[in-house]
Design a protein around this ligand. Structure first.
Ligand code: BTN
Length: 291
């Protein structure tokens, strides 16, 4: 295992408490055995700067193999990264997957939506009632009743012609945390509120196993056919379908209209006064127009 010299980097969130639960590695390995993620390496650390930073750094020199996906879980991050250069100050289940993909960067379109869908499906695998309450917010947030449940950050590291590592970082809130909500100035959701039987000791391991399983299955589909076959399942969970929305960049409204789902490449279809626009995810954020 390579060292991560920046793993102690600390510029925010350093005071977040360690959670009381731990991943049970033996149970996790048993759950992965025989499934599509069986060969994935999993490492768990108490604290690091950012699991995404760790794995993007490691991927730059990692030997290539199609089955070389690597997972890193941290109970606390001191420099967690969010989308659009924002810090991630979440707690909960935080991990990254360095996933080898024999694809050119141009073929990554829709990957972030496919990941969001995989996480939602994994929650449904764990508890159908929970899965039914989870909606997707384009491009790749998970939410419950308009409150953020999970965020996803994908960074890519080139590994040669038609080869790259997709470093997929996932932060999933397990319990609603009033302190965190106050610090962020927004309401959050937690898995526990949608999973009546949630067991804080056992379920983080179960959820992680289910997510890794779904990600590995998604990888096979995505490599073969891209996002297209996943688009109907994504649209069925679209929390904003046919709702009025605004697209923001740096706090400025770029476009507004009715959200009409996604196309086969994961572009948002926005019905505006000027006609239907296809929006690539990039640096854009979506908001309900009434929010
Ligand atoms: C977002 O802004 O919504 C994306 C948040 C992604 C957070 C996760 S937590 C695990 C992984 N490591 C990071 O530094 N970020 C991602």
């Amino acid at each position: 295992m390579p060292d991560f010299p920046d793993s102690a980097a600390s510029h925010h969130d350093a005071d977040a408490a360690l959670p009381a639960w731990r991943i049970d590695i033996d149970t996790l390995r048993q759950a992965l055995d025989g499934g599509p993620a069986r060969s994935w390496q999993v490492e768990v650390v108490e604290e690091t700067g950012s699991t995404n930073a760790n794995l993007t750094q490691a991927s730059r020199t990692a030997p290539w193999a199609d089955d070389a996906a690597r997972v890193r879980v941290a109970y606390r991050q001191t420099a967690g990264r969010g989308r659009q250069g924002r810090p991630w100050q979440g707690a909960g289940l935080m991990f990254s997957v360095a996933m080898p993909l024999a694809l050119a960067p141009a073929r990554l379109s829709g990957l972030s939506l496919a990941v969001g869908l995989a996480v939602a499906q994994a929650l449904e695998d764990c508890d159908a009632a929970c899965g039914a309450r989870v909606g997707l917010k384009w491009p790749n947030d998970l939410q419950i009743d308009g409150r953020k449940l999970a965020g996803i950050l994908i960074e890519s590291v080139p590994a040669g012609p038609q080869r790259l590592w997709a470093v997929i970082g996932i932060g999933l809130n397990l319990m609603r945390d009033a302190g965190m909500e106050a610090a962020l100035g927004r309401e959050l959701a937690g898995v526990a509120e949608a999973m009546p039987s949630f067991d804080p000791q056992r379920d983080p391991t179960r959820i992680l196993a289910a997510v890794l399983h779904r990600l590995a299955a998604m990888r096979a589909t995505f490599l073969a056919e891209g996002f297209a076959p996943l688009a109907p399942a994504w649209s069925a969970r679209d929390a904003f379908r046919n709702e009025p929305v605004r697209l923001l960049h740096d706090g400025q409204v770029l476009a507004e209209g009715l959200a009409r789902g996604v196309d086969s490449e994961g572009h948002l279809l926005l019905e505006t006064a000027d006609g239907l626009q296809r929006i690539a995810s990039g640096e854009v954020s979506l908001r309900g127009a009434t929010a």
